[in-house]
Each structure stands twice: as C-alpha cells, then as structure tokens.
Design a protein around this ligand. Sequence first.
Ligand SMILES: Nc1ncnc2c1ncn2[C@@H]1O[C@H](COP(=O)(O)OP(=O)(O)OP(=O)(O)O)[C@@H](O)[C@H]1O
Ligand SMILES: [Mg+2]
Length: 504
Amino acid sequence: MSNKDAFFQHIEEGYKTKGDYISMGAAMLNGDPLTNALVKIPLKTLNRHGLIAGATGTGKTKTLQILAENLSEKGIPVLLMDLKGDLSGLAQPGNDNAKIQERHTKIGFPYEAKKFPIDILTLSEQNGVRLRATISEFGPILLSRILDLTDTQQGIVAVLFKYCDDHQLPLLDLKDFKKILQYCTSEGKEEFQEAYGRISTSSTGAILRKIIELEQQGADLFFGEKSFDVEDLTRIDENGKGIINIIRLTDIQDKPKLFSTFMLSLLAEVYATFPEQGDSDRPELVIFIDEAHLIFNEASDALLDQIESIVKLIRSKGIGLYFVTQNPTDVPDAVLSQLGLKIQHALRAFTAKDRKAIKLTAENYPISDFYNTSEVLTSLGIGEALISALDEKGRPTPLAATMLRAPMSRMDILTDTEVKQVISTSKLIPKYNEVVDRESAYELLNKKIEKAQTEEAQQKAKEEQKKTSRTSTRKSSAMNPIIKVLTSATFIRGVMGILSKAMR
Ligand SMILES: Nc1ncnc2c1ncn2[C@@H]1O[C@H](COP(=O)(O)OP(=O)(O)OP(=O)(O)O)[C@@H](O)[C@H]1O
Ligand SMILES: [Mg+2]
C-alpha cells in the first residue's frame, strides 16, 4: 500500500462517526489535500471545548464562522463574541467564485452558499439587543473577584449584599451599590456596627475606587435592568436552524476589565441556569470567544481560577466553549488541558521566541507517523489548519493537516442597511431595549435617610422640650459579627449569588 493510501485509510478510520458530525474539510499529505479524506467532528464531542489558534490572517475567524454556521445548520444555537466586528456576514450567503470552487473540488464536496439566522447583541449603546445584568444577580463573590478585592473588602461586600437582601433593597446598578457602600459608614453606621461590626471608611473608600475604575470602562451600561435571560441564547428559528447570537464587542478591545466581567458573569449565569445534560449526543449551546487573549491577559489570579473552574464545570451542562487566539500560549495551561478540539492554523517563525513557541505547540499535538508537526505548522496555507479532535468515545483522532471548507455565508461584514434589517426583525429587541427604572437600593436608602433625619429632628425637638438626657446602653457583640455572618449556613445559601454551585 502506498503512503498516500495508508494515510487515506488512517484518516477514514480515525474520523469514522456513528452519530451526526460536521465536515471541516479534507486531510492533506505533503501539502496536498486527499479528496474525500474528510476530517469530521462529531457533534457529541462539541461540549468538550476547543481552541482555534494561528498567526494573524491565517483563517482563524473564518474557521470560527465555518463551525458556527454548521452548528446552526444542525439546529444548535451559537453565541459569538465578535471583537473585530467581522462576523455579521453570517446573515448573508457567501459569494461563490472560482477559487472557492477549486477548494471544494479538492476537498470532495460541492460549495453551497447559504445564509443563517442571526441576532445582534450589544453591551454598549450600539445597535442591538442590550445585554445587562443586575448587581444582585452578579453576587458578592463574582463582584469581589472582578474588583480584585482583599479578604477584608470581600467581607464588607458580602455584608452589604446580606443587608440589602434582609432589607429588601434591590441592588440593580452600580449607583445602588455605591449608595449602600457610602451608607454603611455614614447614616447607617450605627446600624451596621451593631449588626456586623465596624466597617472602616478606608476599606469602603478602596472598594469605591475600584468600582470607579470599572465604571470608567463603561460598566455602568452593563449593570442594571432589564437583565438578560440566558435561555434566550438557545433559540431555534422556524426552519429548525440554531440562531447565531453575535455580541458586537468592537468597542471593548481597550476595556479588558469590562470584557472579563461580562464574560464571567455570562458563563456563571449560563452555568447556573442550564440543567445537567448527562450523556447527550449534541451540545445545547456553543460559545466562541474571538481574541480570547483579552480575557486572560489582564485577569487576576482569582479571576483565572474562576474561569478555570467554570470551564471545567460548564461542560456537563452541554455547553462547548471555544477560544480563538493567535498563540496557544495565550490560554492558561489549566484551560488548555481541558480542550478537546484543537484547530491550529499556521504559525510564523520570525524570532527565536517564535521557534520555541512552535516547538512547544507541536509537542502538544498527538504524534503522527505522517507528519513532522513543527514543519507542518509553519508551512500551512491560509484556510488550512492542523486538527486534532476527539472521537465519540473521547479518544484523540489522528492529527490531520486539513484544507478547510469555505464558509457558506459571506466572508465579509454586513452593510449598515443589512444590520438595520437584522435589528428591525429581532424578536429580542422589544423585550430588552425598553428602559426600566425600578425603585432600587439607591432610592430606598435615600428615603430611609430622609425619614431618619425627620424622625431625628422630631426626637430632638421632643428631648429639648423634656430637657432630660439619656445614654445609650448598646453593647457590641463579642465575636466579630462579620465572621459570624460569613459562616452562617443561611447566609451561604441565600447570598452567594450565581456562583454558589461553581464555588464548591
Ligand atoms: N476556509 C477558508 N476558505 C476560503 N478562504 C479563507 C478561509 N479561511 C481564510 N480565508 C481567507 O483568509 C482571509 C483571512 O482570514 P481570517 O480573517 O479568518 O484570518 P484571522 O486568522 O482571523 O486573522 P486575524 O488574526 O487578523 O483576525 C479571509 O478573509 C479569507 O479571504
Ligand atoms: Mg480574526
């Protein structure tokens, strides 16, 4: 048997699937694709997470597009974080041309131009469905992690949440949180001291400064009502196609803190909301994060821990997470080690550091009798990638340098008119874009302060009249009440917020 025949057989056997799958393209040997040596990803393994990496311009975003449209085609909803704004083209059919025809002839199946149902979501005031979350939903733990608080500061945040919970003070936006933060050391000082121990203004000041930093990245737009119901991410259209939810994040590149805040809250909420899946033959939702280095680069250790644990846990809910980034080393090892599908586009060897990274990347792929992996990594063309997946039994499939299919949808962005068209037909816009201004902690505390001030004035007047003096007989509790609150079982159950399960 020739080497070529042996390779064909190796790929055919290694990528055999019983259930449904996505064809990515054809495996290549010595730089040429073998027609019909198809590289197939079983739907069953798509909740096992993945990575799409490669130098700039090698085709990562198009690979993401290919996966997204094929998932939609199979009725699986998708969520895309579009940081460069280059994914909206999914809503229009692609342009057939001679080059694409040639690519598909080599691969072994014809090119089809198709469009897919999309919804455009936004964190800012751009056109699109507004994505928001309330501070209460966020919970004290996540908020502390995002703000990178010390243990003492975390204790205070936990107490503030508990207080608001006990006193029915909804914490909706940052204005509410700043109000309670200020209240606990001013008008509410005695009340807090009695119940929870003294809270120092230097600690609340430090927390406030961190909140302001977050606000400067535009977080005030993100926190508030109406909060987004993550179940709306799993819609299927009338033709049975999964809806592709595209979050436009073009204005978030220079706001890494806001991006990680949002990402983490979304993942935590998805984790808390979706039911356990057991052994399912397809994912419930697949999430792609383009330019993923942005979440990891600026994340604190606490935040990284949190991301790692969510990545680990979310799989059982049938959610697949796919990171797209230039270099695999952008992704922390603990996350990398959990990824089932790896699609590695070409890497460039300009510097000694590059060569080291290439060697390291090659070592992380299964050994192949047919390839010198480091050589393949530097010689792949645009729209070609090394693929290593998992078969339906969870075993690694053979390493395959793959000529990828072309996206069925447009490889370019939508025009402004087309974007308007998508937005005008969105079913979510009426639900989420109305302005809600419910009475929350800010207003309620202001009322309380006002009431207390009038009562105090009345009381003073009475006392003046009677001209009698009294002394306070309040005693503070012996044990540090903050610790008491933090360890009480009811508190843990009630106030841990959306991450409670993930934390155990
Ligand atoms: N599968 C493919 N089929 C046909 N053409 C492709 C394919 N993948 C990539 N290309 C071509 O390569 C170009 C660059 O691809 P893409 O934008 O996906 O690169 P990228 O790796 O995401 O780049 P960047 O790092 O700049 O974001 C595309 O505009 C397209 O012309
Ligand atoms: Mg890209």
